[in-house]
Write a protein that binds this ligand. Structure first.
Ligand code: ATP
Length: 378
């Protein structure tokens, strides 16, 4: 942790200056490469969250209204439960996720969150409550720390999350160091100066420096930066990417993306998981990667997905059926309809489409294992 503080510290000032810039929804939508077609109703209210129950009520939708891609889809995800969507390509799984995030409105039927039709609430209040872990995460040409911290911002500038606090001791914030005393402008340089000689390390372990912080606005800001940095690191740890970042040349200050260090598909997905942990949304949309990951990476991603989906209402598109054996409910989506519905055991017993998909995947896994064994022998 101490070795990492320097790079984290450098990253923190760019992260906080970013927070000052307005990043609007269009930019977020660019990331998901989706058009902006939806307008708030004039009387739209803020979404009131209770538990996070999601209901689709006879939802139909077509990108082209003459040709419906979803036909009267109904399901309910009780608060904190996990629903998995499986089925052939083009069946309508992603469309269900897009409708819940309200990229589009249904042509018929309603989508309710805690009893409120999402058409009647503001998009910002809706999207603030939903975290997305897409298959392919877009990274900014920025530091890895910035990319992880991005989840905290960019949707709404009001307090939108209550991130978990990392278990790292920190200094008491000075009672006189309030942020309205004009000290903000000195923050980045003060931060840099304070930790240039590596003394920053003491900060994590020594509480006795409080005396020289009293009345120092810049120190107050440093405290905020420190808190942000700690939160980013804690999220990275939970998403199992912290160790990887620690091996980067400049830790969290390492530039990633097109013009920086390239991350693998699995690493990018872990960045998305860390972003979501920071955002701490009650509802989670997951799109499992289709790209082949090695078994170890797949297991690690699976573990971090399990830890973030715990106690959150989760809607997940699954490609590897082994990852959803424990889902509370599985829907098989085919040609825009729910073809089958039930738990893994129920669907296996039914011996229908899901059971056939399961057997097919088992055969493919066996073929892959035996071919990798024979290539190892060669
Ligand atoms: P996959 O597993 O391949 O991602 P999916 O089950 O998620 O498939 P969707 O992406 O929801 O399927 O697509 C459902 C149907 O809607 C498909 O026929 C697809 O071609 C069509 N579709 C998806 N996005 C658009 C769009 N933006 N405009 C027009 N048609 C679209």
């Amino acid at each position: 942790i101490l070795q990492l503080y320097g790079p984290l510290n450098q990253f923190g000032s760019s992260y906080r200056s970013l927070q000052k810039n307005f990043i609007d929804m269009e930019k977020m939508l660019d990331l998901f490469q989706e058009p902006v077609e939806i307008q708030d109703q004039p009387e739209a209210k803020s979404l009131e969250m209770e538990g996070g129950e999601v209901v689709f009520e006879n939802v139909s939708f077509g990108y082209n209204p003459q040709n419906p891609n979803l036909k009267s889809v109904s399901f309910k995800i009780p608060h904190g439960k996990k629903l998995a969507l499986v089925g052939p390509s083009g069946g309508g799984k992603s469309t269900i996720l897009r409708l819940l995030f309200r990229f589009y409105d249904p042509t018929q039927g309603r989508i309710l969150i805690d009893g409120q039709d999402i058409k009647t609430v503001t998009q910002s209040s809706l999207r603030r409550r939903i975290g997305i872990v897409p298959q392919d995460t877009a990274l900014f040409n920025e530091t890895i720390g910035y990319n992880i911290g991005y989840g905290k911002i960019g949707q709404d500038r009001t307090q939108i999350f209550d991130p978990p606090r990392p278990n790292i001791p920190r200094r008491r914030i000075s009672s006189s160091g309030s942020s309205d005393q004009g000290g903000k402008s000195t923050k980045p340089s003060s931060r840099g100066r304070k930790h240039k000689n590596g003394s920053s390390g003491n900060r994590a372990t020594e509480g006795g420096e409080d005396a020289d912080v009293e009345g120092d606005d810049a120190e107050h800001d440093e405290d905020e930066d420190w808190e942000d940095d700690c939160q980013i690191q804690a999220a990275a740890e939970a998403a199992r990417i912290h160790e990887i970042v620690s091996r980067f040349p400049d830790g969290y200050a390492t530039r990633v993306g097109e013009r920086g260090m390239r991350l693998s598909g699995g690493e990018k997905q872990r960045v998305a998981i860390a972003r979501t942990i920071l955002k701490n949304p009650p509802i989670l949309l997951l799109d499992e990667a289709t790209s082949a990951l090695d078994t170890q990476t797949e297991r690690e991603i699976q573990n971090s997905i399990e830890s973030i989906s715990k106690d959150r209402t989760t809607l997940m598109i699954a490609h590897r059926l082994s990852t959803i054996v424990d889902a509370d409910e599985i829907l098989v989506i085919q040609r825009g309809e729910i073809a089958e519905q039930g738990s893994h055991e129920e669907l296996m017993q039914a011996g229908g489409i899901y059971a056939a998909m399961w057997m097919q995947q088992l055969r493919e896994d066996r073929t892959m294992t035996s071919s990798s064994h024979s290539s190892q022998k060669e």
